[in-house]
Ligand binder design. Structure first.
Ligand SMILES: Nc1ncnc2c1ncn2[C@@H]1O[C@H](COP(=O)(O)OP(=O)(O)O)[C@@H](O)[C@H]1O
Ligand SMILES: [Mg+2]
Length: 308
């Protein structure tokens, strides 16, 4: 039995990072987790493979797409519209401009990489499009709604329902098994199905049906990242956003994780956005948005999948 209780989470730092994605600040995370556990147990079984995925209408046109951008497939919907994002932060008496006006659109079921050298602003940008951080100016429209203007409560709901996150260092809860780690997001908010059943399905989807009861220390880096990807998919989000998902992996395991992402995109129809400093990693995506010094330097179609 999975015991969701603060006693079982000796690493508050990791737990906080995971839970921050799903619950409002000041909402009593442990209480929500405990209540959610009981509610989810009572719910009926549900299979992720039976779901009909609905891609939201946005109907929004961006005026800020760079002129050099290849045209996007007009038959596919724009699911995220990023408009002229800037981010500056105080640094001593000065301010540093981290993002200086970033605009792009993401289509449904796209696999997009955001690529650029270390310090170019990739993680800052991912934090903003995932609703974890506010821009200084600009908009991020998901389902046609600007998430940069939302209150924390609604934003937490958007993160919980629409966005799954994957981190470079996996950020699994060390005292929980693989299956329990995948269940965690399902104890917050309303979700169909029994978390244990769904977690098993997702771990099977990422090729880990034989590792359900292993704890993170008993798994290889590649396996841990697969668990983290399964966890990101748990709430059936429209987007999976991954920051340097292969950064801690050797070449072979990194390649396997990228193949898994491409395969999951094909099988689930979800939109995957990854950030990477490595151009070779970026080439696995359909499109690479290259950022240099807080600005878009180029947008390249790799497989021709999204061009007209
Ligand atoms: N909270 C912060 N305070 C000051 N500078 C920051 C902060 N977060 C990021 N930066 C700076 O912004 C730049 C971009 O950071 P980041 O988005 O992490 O880049 P990347 O992910 O591309 O390596 C870096 O120069 C970094 O030092
Ligand atoms: Mg980074």
């Amino acid at each position: 039995m999975l015991a969701i209780n603060s006693i079982y989470f000796p690493s508050p730092r990791i737990l906080e990072k995971v839970i921050t994605l799903y619950v409002p600040k000041r909402s009593g995370t442990a209480c929500l987790l405990r209540n959610g556990l009981e509610k989810q147990r009572r719910r009926s079984n549900h299979s992720i493979m039976d779901e009909t995925r609905t891609v939201p209408e946005t109907g929004t046109e961006s005026n800020t797409t760079p002129a050099a951008t290849p045209p996007l497939d007009p038959n596919r919907k724009v699911v995220m519209d990023v408009r002229n994002i800037t981010k500056s932060l105080p640094l001593g008496r000065e301010r540093i401009d981290i993002l200086k006006g970033i605009s792009f659109e993401i289509l449904s079921s796209e696999f997009v990489s955001i690529v650029g050298p270390s310090g170019s602003g990739k993680s800052t940008l991912l934090g903003i499009i995932a609703g974890l951080d506010n821009p200084t100016s600009g908009q991020v429209l998901i389902d046609g709604v600007d998430i940069t203007r939302m209150g924390e409560g609604r934003l937490a709901s958007v993160r919980n329902n629409k966005i799954g996150m994957v981190f470079q260092a996996y950020n699994l809860i060390p005292t929980l098994t693989a299956q329990e780690n995948v269940e965690v997001p399902l104890y917050v908010g309303k979700h169909k199905g029994l978390p244990s059943v769904r977690a098993k399905e997702l771990l099977t989807l990422v090729g880990l049906s034989h590792r359900l009861s292993h704890r993170p220390t008993q798994l290889s880096g590649g396996e841990q990242q697969r668990v983290a990807i399964a966890r990101a998919l748990a709430t059936d989000p429209a987007f999976v956003i991954a920051d340097e998902p292969t950064g801690n992996l050797d070449a072979k395991n990194g390649e396997n994780v990228l193949k898994l992402i491409a395969d999951l995109r094909d099988r689930t129809g979800k939109t995957f956005i990854i950030a990477t400093h490595d151009p070779e990693v970026a080439r696995h995506a359909d499109r690479a948005i290259r950022i240099v010094d807080g600005l878009i330097a180029s947008i390249d179609n790799i497989g021709g999948r999204n061009t007209q």
